[in-house]
Write a protein of this length. Structure first.
Length: 211
């Protein structure tokens, strides 16, 4: 299963069934279940008025536990400070672990097909810190070079979202990493830690419209 933003669910001429999440599942011989929406994130609620936690609760949490849950995003959260971002990401992981203690959880950091702004790296680092603290694998798309030739081959004219070829490249990368990764598994005794005081992610913060 996947929770994510427009990169995960598809955008423009790329439908959900051809986006990298669905392609990754096909490469692994698995059945994908994909939740989320464009412009959303750990904090950003986008046009649909929900963040990743809400997408998980509404679209996935009532289903049987999957073998793997991929949480992919952060692109739309770069206008918030890293402390509140870490709180929101931690709260989502605690919720997932409480609901599905045996599911392998993998976090994928923010995706930029072309050059990423400095804030993207701050978001990446904050999410990687949360993943390490909570014992889940973290995969970093910012370490990869996605444009290796003609920029238009992998990037749509909006300069943000991948083309079909770009999604295929992301899927090949992610499927290899998921297959090769010895990501920690949350055992049956894992108990989610609770924050002393955490504001619901994004629920009283003004959102902006992102990818």
């Amino acid at each position: 299963m996947f929770v994510g933003d427009s990169f995960t669910v598809g955008s423009g001429p790329v439908p959900t069934g051809r986006a990298y999440a669905a392609e990754t599942a096909r490469l692994l011989g698995a059945q994908p279940v994909i939740a989320g929406a464009g412009s959303t994130g750990y904090l950003n609620r986008g046009r649909v008025g929900r963040d990743f936690l809400t997408s998980f609760e509404v679209e996935l949490s009532w289903r049987p536990a999957p073998e793997v849950l991929v949480i992919s995003g952060g692109h739309n959260d770069r206008r918030w400070g890293t402390p509140v971002l870490r709180q929101a990401a931690s709260r989502l992981l605690w919720t997932v672990k409480a609901r599905w203690p045996r599911t392998r959880v993998v976090m994928v950091g923010p995706i930029w097909i072309d050059r990423a702004p400095p804030k993207a790296y701050a978001v990446r680092d904050a999410l990687a810190e949360v993943a390490a603290q909570e014992g889940v694998a973290f995969l970093d798309p910012l370490r990869e070079r996605w444009v290796t030739g003609d920029r238009a081959e992998v990037l749509l004219p909006d300069g943000v979202h991948p083309t079909l070829a770009g999604h295929a490249r992301l899927a090949r990368w992610l499927s290899r990493r998921l297959a090769d990764s010895a990501a920690p598994t949350n055992g049956p005794s894992a108990r989610p830690r609770q924050p002393a005081s955490v504001q619901g992610p994004g629920r009283s913060l003004p959102g902006y419209q992102g990818p």
